[in-house]
Design a protein around this ligand. Structure first.
Ligand SMILES: NC(=O)c1ccc[n+]([C@@H]2O[C@H](COP(=O)([O-])OP(=O)(O)OC[C@H]3O[C@@H](n4cnc5c(N)ncnc54)[C@H](OP(=O)(O)O)[C@@H]3O)[C@@H](O)[C@H]2O)c1
Length: 256
């Protein structure tokens, strides 16, 4: 879909835009005529995004591997393709994450630990860095969003890595807020989406009780239809991001 002449759009970079919550966010942003750059291991089928050829860019990245210069080059190249004069706000949504491995701490393998921390903590930090560099000449409003979880604040047995990585991201967001506090055009927020009906929840329900003692609760949440549709949560985040003046840097926003 072509962006209308003289109409300003926003530019969003979304990690993990191929599935679950990220996919819902990407779809809704494209429908609103925004520019979207998505990074994940799998790509959205061409035919599903055919009508957004001029506003949608996607790139295959495995965030469990150390951050590559190819990803950096892709972002910088794509930013230069988009005429930033047409853009009145840029935003990074660090959404890609994994829950696995779920188990008692003594059963975790070192390789799995490294991969988890790479995807959930090191990659969002590296993405924030590249985003800040790639948009350094853009003087309009800039937002960085980290997807967080209640597990960043509350210990959950079996989720040692997930709790630790999300807690790390929360603290990273505090430092990001602090270092940019003199800049009125920069906001860094956390968004806690609540329990959503995505493959992450399916993965949570697939483990053994010995690995995750709360598993029956999570099976019940699904059975009792307590999981929110990712599309509903995506609407909530996009509504929050739509008014830059009301956003408070350093805050955690939660689905109401
Ligand atoms: N679902 C919940 O109940 C819930 C609750 C609280 C917080 N959250 C948070 O919300 C966010 C979205 O979760 P979700 O439920 O939508 O998860 P999801 O359905 O599992 O989707 C995760 C996304 O991350 C991408 N991803 C995973 N590993 C990757 C890797 N190694 N490299 C690149 N991309 C990778 C996946 O794409 P590919 O597979 O194509 O790579 C996918 O698009 C996460 O940050 C999660 O922690 C979720």
């Amino acid at each position: 879909m072509a962006v209308k002449k003289n109409m300003k759009s926003k530019l969003f970079v979304v990690t993990g835009g191929s599935n679950g919550f990220g996919r819902a966010v990407v779809q809704k942003l494209l429908e609103k005529n925004h520019f979207v750059i998505s990074l994940s291991r799998s790509l959205i089928l061409k035919k599903e995004v055919e009508m957004y050829q001029s506003t949608f860019f996607q790139f295959k990245v495995d965030f469990s591997k150390p951050f590559s210069s190819a990803t950096q080059r892709f972002l910088i190249r794509t930013f230069s393709k988009i005429n930033l004069k047409k853009i009145d706000q840029v935003c990074l949504i660090n959404n890609a994450a994994v829950i696995h491995p779920v188990d008692r701490i003594e059963n975790l393998f070192e390789k799995e630990i490294q991969k988890h921390i790479q995807v959930n903590l090191a990659a969002p930090i590296a993405m924030t860095q590249v985003f800040l560099k790639a948009t350094s000449l853009f003087k309009g409003p800039k937002i960085v969003v980290q997807l967080t979880s209640g597990a960043a604040l509350r210990a959950v047995e079996g989720w040692a890595l997930y709790c630790a990585s999300k807690a790390g991201l929360n603290m990273f967001n505090q430092v990001l807020t602090l270092q940019n506090s003199p800049d009125q055009n920069f906001k860094a927020i956390l968004y806690s989406p609540g329990i959503m009906d995505t493959s992450m929840q399916k993965n949570i329900r697939s483990v053994k009780k010995s690995q995750f003692p709360l598993i029956e609760d999570f099976k019940r949440f699904k059975k009792e239809d307590q999981l929110k549709a990712p599309e509903v949560v995506a609407d909530d985040l996009i509504r929050i991001l739509s008014d830059f003046s009301k956003l408070e840097s350093g805050q955690t926003y939660r689905i109401g």
